[in-house]
Write a protein that binds this ligand. Structure first.
Ligand code: NAD
Length: 501
């Protein structure tokens, strides 16, 4: 029987105890992994061990696939009607709401995001997402199609079967909600693999899924390393679909594994290098604040982070002065301090990666306006950092840094800026700041990205689709669009009176 970890919090924003099961959740039970191995869970605020979770193995993946298939064939899928699936998801949403502070505290502890941001964005949005998809569960509609009076032709949207979902560490709870919401609403059986860096909130939610009464095997959770459990899921012949959020590098491996196994359907939410475009007719004060939110929110660990900020030459100096002041004013520190905007980066690896990019920016000749250094002696804290004097070929302009680091670039005219903004392999998101609706919208339409925000940034809603153009991904999550990822379309043709002679 796997252990449970109890963490005692005594912080300015949260006090109390939280129990988290440490095992794997397979077939409605908490179980030990077959390898007996554990993975360290590290607190990014101080680099110290929080606890150790069970490491899954390919054998555990086989057990989860068998349990998921059994549930799909007997108690889940089309054996549980839409109204019942909706009721279970609503119950899960209610349980998450009852435990909202605990979920926020786990995110702050494990990921380093601030308790307040986790509570008001990650947790609230996750609950909304689960409830949104509960609303869809009994509204999975097919079509009837007219062909001939002698026939009845109709189309069913059937759940696709057993699906694997692999998620990253930057929004552990939200990514879980985005994935399991549409999958469970449509009746797919799920095997979720959280990131090995941030497993705690998903383990906690698995308890709530159990408590809500989902049938055994309809939801399974296997923690483990990407190249072991993730790879085993991607290669498994018993899995019909894989939904992945993470790096472009691993996205390629998932597609390759699918092509070499059973051609499972693949959707990918990958990286980005999103432009923020500030025109000379923007509301400057608001543009400064939103552009800063666009890059620094969640410590720059957003796939859609506005890491390339383009500013019209007429307002460049004014913008830079205010943007620099604003950047310097952001408080970085303990995620449980209510005044703090930015906590630590998630891990030593990410810390090293970001500092490596800062070093490369300096070596390639860019200018640091503010930031660029570590903060404090322990934990993975990095100062919010602005680079100017950059060239399009520099690594800090081309590659996703995934930290609180941006480049600010001057531009002259509206035609140039579209080409500059689109000069990237990515196409996840963009922001346009202008008071002129024609200019803002015509620019928005020319940007090759799955989301364009006008006079705002980083705003996501469960009912609005999200996903990438170009190498930022394949498919869309959220909204009605996500349902198609989890349903197979079946046309049924009925002969009423078309007789052969
Ligand atoms: P990552 O690709 O290293 O890991 C993501 C997940 O994939 C983890 O669960 C990991 O264990 C697993 N994984 C790693 N190797 C694997 C393999 N060989 N086979 C199968 N699974 C494997 O990414 P990360 O470092 O956790 O997250 C950061 C990246 O995710 C960034 O590039 C970011 O842009 C992207 N991201 C994108 C979105 C989006 O919606 N587009 C959202 C969040 C993060």
């Amino acid at each position: 029987m796997p252990e449970t970890y109890v963490h005692k919090f005594d912080t300015p924003t949260f006090k109390g105890e939280i129990s988290v099961p440490l095992g794997l959740y397979i077939d409605g039970k908490w179980v030990d992994g077959s390898s007996g191995n554990k993975i360290d869970v590290i607190n990014p605020s101080n680099g110290k061990l929080i606890t150790k979770i069970t490491e899954g193995s390919p054998k555990d993946v086989d057990l989860a696939v068998a349990a998921a298939q059994k549930a799909f064939d007997t108690t889940w899928g089309l054996h549980k009607n839409g109204f019942e699936r909706a009721r279970l998801l609503q119950k899960l949403g209610d349980l998450m709401e009852q435990n909202a502070d605990k979920l926020a505290a786990l995110e702050a502890l494990d990921n380093g995001k601030t308790f307040n941001w986790a509570r008001t964005t990650d947790v609230d949005h996750s609950i909304r997402c689960i409830r949104y998809y509960a609303g869809w569960a009994d509204k999975i509609l097919g079509q009837t199609i007219e062909t001939s009076e002698a026939k009845l032709v109709y189309v069913r949207h059937e759940p696709i079967g057993v699906v694997a979902q692999i998620i990253p560490w930057n929004f552990p709870l939200q990514m879980m909600a985005w994935k399991i919401g549409p999958a469970l609403a449509t009746g797919c059986s799920v095997i979720l693999k959280p990131s090995e860096f941030t497993p705690l909130s998903a383990l906690f939610v698995a308890q709530l899924i159990h408590e809500a009464g989902f049938p055994a095997g309809s939801f399974n959770l296997i923690n483990g390393y990407g190249h072991v459990v993730g790879q085993a899921l991607a290669e498994h012949n018993g899995i019909e679909k894989i939904a992945f959020t993470g790096s472009t590098l691993v996205g390629r491996k998932i597609m390759e594994a699918s092509s070499k196994s059973n051609l499972k359907k693949v959707t990918l939410e990958l990286g980005g290098k999103s432009p923020s475009i500030v025109f000379d007719d923007a509301d400057l004060e608001q543009a400064v604040k939103w552009a800063a939110f666009g890059i620094y929110y969640n410590h720059g660990q957003c796939c859609c982070a506005g890491s390339r900020i383009f500013v019209h030459e007429k307002i460049y100096d004014q913008f830079m002065q205010r943007f620099t002041e604003h950047t310097k004013s952001l408080k970085v520190g303990d995620p449980f301090d209510p005044e703090v905007f930015q906590g630590p980066q998630v891990s030593q690896q990410q810390y090293d990666r970001i500092m490596g990019y800062i070093k490369s920016g300096k070596e390639e000749g860019a200018t640091i306006v503010t930031g660029g250094e570590r903060l404090g002696q322990e934990g993975y804290y990095i100062q919010p950092t602005i680079f100017t004097n950059v060239k399009p070929s520099m690594k800090i302009v081309r590659e996703e840094i995934f930290g609180p680091v941006c480049v600010v670039i001057k531009f002259k005219d509206d035609d140039d800026i579209v080409a500059m903004a689109n000069d990237t392999i990515y196409g996840l998101a963009a922001s346009v700041y202008s008071q002129n609706v024609t200019r803002a919208l015509s620019t928005a339409h020319k940007i090759r990205a799955g989301t364009v925000w006008v006079n705002t940034a980083n705003m996501l809603y469960p009912q609005v689709p999200f996903g990438g153009y170009k190498q930022s991904g394949i498919g869309r999550e959220l909204g009605e669009y996500a349902l198609a990822n989890y349903t197979a379309v079946k046309a049924v043709q009925v002969n009423l009176h078309l007789n052969l002679s």
